[in-house]
Design a protein around this ligand. Structure first.
Ligand code: MLT
Ligand code: ZN
Length: 466
């Protein structure tokens, strides 16, 4: 193939693969629901190389999809058949840590966990944290505007990106690798690219905002009878812990039962079954003795007042990991439910019980034997759901989607809280976005990527009329 030869001359033969030589990692995402056959895989080493690659691909109107950790769940990072897969795995340097400005400049191919650990070794915190931290890349978490476990305190990825460098659809390099928090000099183009799922530009480097590394951490598993009590606990902790609350991961009782049951060979269940709701609560602060005493006192008082039924406070890092494993070590619990559909929706927190009841009812009407498990980052309005009937085909998938997204629409929520639209959510984008919003999105896409080269077939394009 002529393009492959030209690309090999540009970045080195070793870094260009074609056809069957392209490994499975570059063809799928974590769901393994979408598989593709990209014609060419390129692994550039610099932004300048990315720019040259994009110019060459643009000449042939070749679709380009950026490959990261492939931990997405909606098909955003699965390349087009016959397209170009562009992996940034060689662009994985930490360019600079500036502890005075509290910024970190990194290349997009860096693994999230590496970035977290590098920051921590310097006494700084990159607050973004999610279960896929060991494989997700910085480019990927920027491209999807990832959320995760600590959004209620530090926000989503968008809130941590100070500067950005990207390659546009014609190969132009746009760079604003600045370190200041405040910058109102015209349109803030970086926010257009963040969360655009690779459809508006290819993120190559970023300046991220760091925070001082908290020196104490308190983690507890708590139980309440009702959803309202869980939210009372949330609001109380927000006030009493004076901003130190960093995670509030709510689990419906059937999620807790399923996960802990399956994990029994690995670890005992840290709390009995039988409560209505379970929550992993975590706070981070600067005074270990004071913070722990206050945390314990606060939880005890909530139990005495009858708001909370039980609490187990981690006394060691091992106990902390065991508590988080209920939420993050999901493979044993999920395996018997395969094949399943998973959801990532958001709404005003107060609407969650209405949504959960309605979603369950919609589902039961269409699939009486279906199981639905709810859990999620409830502190910021984000719920996940796993739905399973033991079999899956496009019709069942559509039936599940309709049941869940109807309930989302009823409460004015979003069908995509943190994982994006990709391919699988596209048929329902108009349930969450108005015609005027969709038209604005299309104008932006057409202006920035007129040849529709950047990750075509995703997001608006996947709606069939992009
Ligand atoms: C999570 O919160 O664990 C991830 O977003 C994945 C998910 O459960 O859908
Ligand atoms: Zn999540």
């Amino acid at each position: 193939m002529e393009l492959a030869a030209t690309l090999a001359a540009l970045i080195g033969e070793r870094h260009v693969l074609t056809g069957d030589a392209i490994g499975e990692h570059y063809r799928i995402d974590i769901t393994r629901k979408y598989k593709s056959h990209p014609a060419i895989l390129v692994k550039p080493a610099t932004t300048a190389e990315v720019s040259e690659i994009v110019k060459l691909a643009a000449e042939e109107a070749m679709p380009i999809t950026v490959i990261g950790g492939q931990t997405g769940t909606v098909g955003s990072a699965v390349p087009a058949n016959g397209g170009l897969a562009l992996s940034l795995e060689r662009m994985n340097s930490i360019v600079e840590i500036d502890l005075l400005s509290m910024t970190m400049t990194i290349e997009a191919g860096c693994i999230l966990q590496t970035v977290q650990e590098t920051a921590e070794a310097q006494g700084a915190l990159l607050p973004l944290d999610l279960g896929a931290r060991g494989s997700a890349t910085i480019g990927g978490v920027i491209g999807t505007n990832a959320g995760g476990n600590r959004v209620l305190r530090w926000g989503m990825m968008r809130d941590m990106v100070i500067g950005l460098e990207a390659v546009l659809a014609d190969g132009t390099i746009v760079s604003s690798l600045t370190k200041m928090l405040k910058d109102n000099a015209g349109y803030n183009w970086k926010h257009l690219l963040i969360g655009s799922e690779g459809t508006l530009g290819i993120v190559t480097r970023a300046v991220l905002r760091l925070r001082p590394l908290p020196s104490s951490r308190q983690t507890a598993l708590i139980a309440t009878e009702t959803f309202e009590q869980a939210i009372t606990v949330l609001r109380h902790l927000e006030v009493v812990l004076s901003g130190r609350l960093s995670s509030f991961e709510l689990m419906w009782s059937n999620f807790f039962a399923t996960m802990t049951e399956a994990q029994l060979p690995q670890r005992p269940r840290p709390m009995a079954l039988g409560h209505g709701f379970y929550v992993i609560v975590e706070a981070m602060g600067g005074d270990a003795d004071y913070d722990l005493a206050q945390f314990e006192r606060t939880l005890m008082r909530l139990i005495e007042e009858g708001v909370m039924q039980d609490a187990v406070i981690a006394q060691s890092e091992r106990e902390r990991e065991a508590i988080w494993a209920i939420r993050e070590d999901m493979t044993p619990g999920l395996t018997p439910l395969r094949p399943f559909a998973s959801y990532d929706v958001s709404m005003g927190i107060g609407y969650m019980p209405v949504f959960a009841a309605q979603a369950g009812q919609n589902l039961a009407q269409a699939y009486p034997a279906a199981k639905i498990l709810f859990y999620g980052h409830a502190g910021d309005g984000n719920l996940h759901a796993i739905v399973s009937t033991g079999q899956m085909n496009p019709e069942i998938q559509h039936g599940f989607d309709t049941a869940i997204f109807n309930a989302v629409r009823d409460v004015g929520g979003s069908i995509a809280a943190e994982h994006g639209i990709g391919v699988s959510r596209a048929p329902f984008l108009s349930w969450t976005r108005s015609p005027a919003e969709l038209a604005l999105m299309r104008s932006l896409k057409n202006a920035i990527d007129p040849k529709n080269i950047l990750n075509p077939g995703k997001l608006l394009d996947a709606m069939g009329n992009g």
